[in-house]
Design a binder for this molecule. Structure first.
Ligand SMILES: [Zn+2]
Length: 473
């Protein structure tokens, strides 16, 4: 039936069809991290969701150009830069590299392009210039440049495409300079913020005086630069729908750069919030986790990924530590089954068994119905285990089952042992050994190495980390 996705613009599930006349190339933009701290687990839900969308599109044969920006200048960053006294780039680069490390830990495919806002100031200035020329932006007495919602609406454009807005509450002449504000504070928003003493060294020259860009204009400029004025997919967390995405649409469409009849973005996707242990995440409640916090508690990236991918992206999800233990058990069941299939298949190869792949594809096509995809996977695990126990599978059939799993896991991305085929207990021993070595407890590390050997596995230390190998019997 083909891939169908919910579109926030139309508030309905629609067949996904890219702008490309050949129907193959897809431009996809996801609002990236604001690099002023380590990303928390709520942020990661959005990025893992974006990865699921990208992998699904590739699985369905599309050629995706995945762009994710780095917000490296905005209100919160400037505040932190001022507190730390570090130069902007020095401050943000630490969190930027941490972000990419975490992205890898969660097995998210790296985006093809990750533009930084500070590298696109000229593009931002050009766009602001276009908005002024078209009469929908103006410089206010405070020196900053604002987007005029009234003028924009006066041109027949719609402000409030993603969220419903009450314009009666908007008082003319009101402006908002902060990057973040609520619907109740609906007002002209800042495109270029005139330099103030609190900005320290963070400013650039512009035709409207020294200053810095607003957060929203950054994404309009970078997305259109990378993907053109009209592109297929824009993603983000639902908290970004207003004002960030609404303002992105206004700026991009307000510049009038789209071909006639085309919108800035054809299809908007928003991921829902995350609760942690049943409540909104807050440092004061002790339920605020970065990915690193969870890794320090001994959890693995794939376990976190599995849990983040367990609920539908449009449903609020309750993330719990119990849930992470559940993810470990669930992945252990997959590992065990895949390990046995590998053993049985040996060198045999085969085309993927279509039963699992078809059921999985139908579930994905249905607006990424992730619960149905997992149900397909775990039914398959149960059925495969039964057939293995009954010795009812030939090596050829085992190879077909393995190929089906590989296919499915190209989207889910939770397979741990693709390279070695080591079962989870062996992986756990290898990890314990690596930890012992790191703690310089070499006696314990040697003991664990012997234990691995007794179970038929050798471990080799390579520059890329320890590598497991099965000893041929
Ligand atoms: Zn954005």
């Amino acid at each position: 039936m083909g891939l169908r996705l919910f579109n926030t613009l139309t508030r309905s599930v629609e067949p996904f069809a890219p702008l490309d006349p050949a129907g193959r190339r897809v431009g996809m933009y996801c609002c990236g991290p604001t690099v002023y701290d380590f990303a928390h687990i709520g942020n990661w839900r959005t990025f893992v969701f974006a990865d699921l969308v990208r992998r699904t599109l590739e699985f369905r044969g599309f050629i995706v150009n995945h762009v994710m920006n780095i917000t490296d200048v905005e209100d919160k960053i400037i505040k932190r830069v001022k507190e730390t006294g570090q130069p902007l780039r020095e401050f943000t680069s630490r969190y930027e590299s941490a972000f990419f490390e975490d992205l890898q830990t969660l097995n998210c495919l790296p985006p093809h392009l990750t533009p930084r806002a500070t590298d696109h100031i000229p593009d931002i200035l050009t766009l602001i210039g276009q908005l002024i020329t078209r009469g929908v932006a103006y410089q206010a007495p405070d020196g900053s440049v604002y987007f005029s919602i009234e003028k924009y609406r006066g041109c027949g454009c719609t402000y409030g495409q993603l969220v419903r807005l009450n314009f009666d509450e908007m008082r003319t002449g009101e402006r908002v300079k902060n990057d973040e504000y609520a619907k109740e504070s609906l007002a002209d928003f800042a495109l270029w913020k005139a330099r103030v003493p609190e900005d320290g060294d963070v400013f650039w020259p512009s035709p409207w005086g020294e200053g810095r860009p607003g957060w929203h204009i950054e994404c309009s400029a970078m997305s259109m630069k990378a993907l053109g004025p009209s592109f297929d997919l824009h993603l983000g967390g639902e908290d970004l729908a207003f004002p960030h995405h609404e303002d992105e649409i206004a700026q991009s469409e307000g510049a009038g750069v789209q071909p006639a009849g085309q919108r800035f973005v054809k299809h908007w996707l928003h991921g829902a919030h995350l609760l942690v242990e049943g409540r909104k995440m807050a440092k004061s409640l002790g339920n605020f986790f970065t990915l690193r916090d969870l890794l320090n508690q001994g959890f693995k990236g794939r376990e976190v990924r599995h849990l983040l991918l367990s609920a539908h992206y449009r449903e609020t999800f309750n993330f719990t530590l119990d849930g992470l233990h559940g993810a470990r058990t669930a992945l252990g069941r997959i590992d065990e089954c895949v390990g046995k299939l590998r053993e049985l298949a040996g060198p045999a190869t085969a085309e993927p068994d279509p039963a699992l792949v078809n059921r999985f594809t139908d579930a994905l096509d249905d607006d990424l119905n992730i619960s149905a995809t997992w149900a397909a996977v775990f039914d398959w695990v149960r059925d495969t285990n039964r057939r293995l126990a009954e010795s009812a599978l030939s090596p050829q059939q085992a190879a077909a089952a393995l190929a089906a799993w590989t296919c499915v896991d190209s989207v889910l991305g939770v397979g741990a042992s693709a390279e070695t085929g080591a079962p989870s207990d062996i992986l756990a021993l290898a990890e314990a050994r690596a930890a012992a070595k790191k703690a310089r407890d070499f006696a314990k590390a040697d003991k664990l190495r012997d234990e691995l050997k007794a179970q038929g596995w050798t471990v080799e230390d390579t520059p890329k980390g320890p590598k497991l190998k099965k000893v041929s019997p």
